[in-house]
Design a protein around this ligand. Structure first.
Ligand code: DCC
Length: 187
């Protein structure tokens, strides 16, 4: 996932949330960040400097793969969600096209996984990102690493492909419409 020569650097939107600010959930029912998913990750991301974010996710018993250990797919989800939240800082809606994860060490249930992600390059609609998850805090040992390619999309990506029931509910919710617009450039 190497950006092509000549790819641009990421540009922080002038109205991006300030460093340290909690980004909030982009959708209440999101498995990664929504508060309305009992078994979801409830991942909380904050704006960083430039086009970077930090996030925290506490591994609960519902997230197990092997006894007492986090499921690898759940850890990939945490990385995916963290990198996806970089869209808040660019006012860009983007979805994951490709995701590669390195699992460096097992992550026990009860761990607070501290994640960090940044955009490494932008080439047209393609946004190249990377992320790291550390055990216990920002100076803890690295447990997972990922690189991902996100593709910029319009809101129509969701309205055209999502199930009617959820799309109609989301569009009837002024708070959800406001959150969708906060992602967009020139909404
Ligand atoms: C309301 C608020 C919500 C806010 C929503 C925020 C959600 C965040 C949630 C967390 C993130 C997720 O899990 S998102 C959910 C998981 N992801 C998805 O469901 C995406 C499913 N895939 C798709 O819908 C599609 O394949 C797209 C949109 C990714 C791309 O389709 P497209 O729009 O037709 O574009 P396409 O021309 O194919 O590709 C554009 C460029 O990207 C490259 N490209 C595309 N896919 C790949 C790939 N896998 N690997 C390498 N390169 C790729 C192409 O070669 C091309 O390069 P070039 O020729 O230009 O060089």
């Amino acid at each position: 996932m190497t950006p092509p020569p000549g790819a641009a650097g990421a540009v922080r939107h002038p109205d991006a949330p300030a460093p340290g600010e909690l980004l909030g959930s982009h959708y209440e029912k999101c498995f990664g960040c929504g508060g309305g998913q009992a078994h979801g990750l409830h991942l909380e991301a904050r704006a960083g400097e430039g086009v970077a974010v930090t996030a925290e996710f506490t591994v609960r018993p519902v997230h197990q793969g092997a006894p007492g250990l986090a499921h690898g797919g759940v850890l990939s989800t945490a990385l995916d969600e963290t990198m996806g939240s970089l869209g808040w800082l660019m006012h860009t809606i983007m979805v994951t096209g490709r995701l590669e994860t390195d699992f460096v060490r097992p992550v026990p249930v009860g761990t607070v996984l501290r994640l960090g992600a940044e955009v490494t390059a932008v080439d047209g609609r393609k946004v190249f990102t990377r992320a790291t998850g550390r055990i216990g805090g920002p100076d803890g040992p690295v447990a997972v690493r990922a690189e991902a390619l996100f593709i910029k999309v319009n809101v129509s990506h969701f309205t055209e492909h999502g199930r009617d029931e959820e799309i109609e509910a989301a569009m009837a919710d002024p708070d959800q419409v406001r959150r969708a617009r906060a992602f967009e450039v020139n909404p």
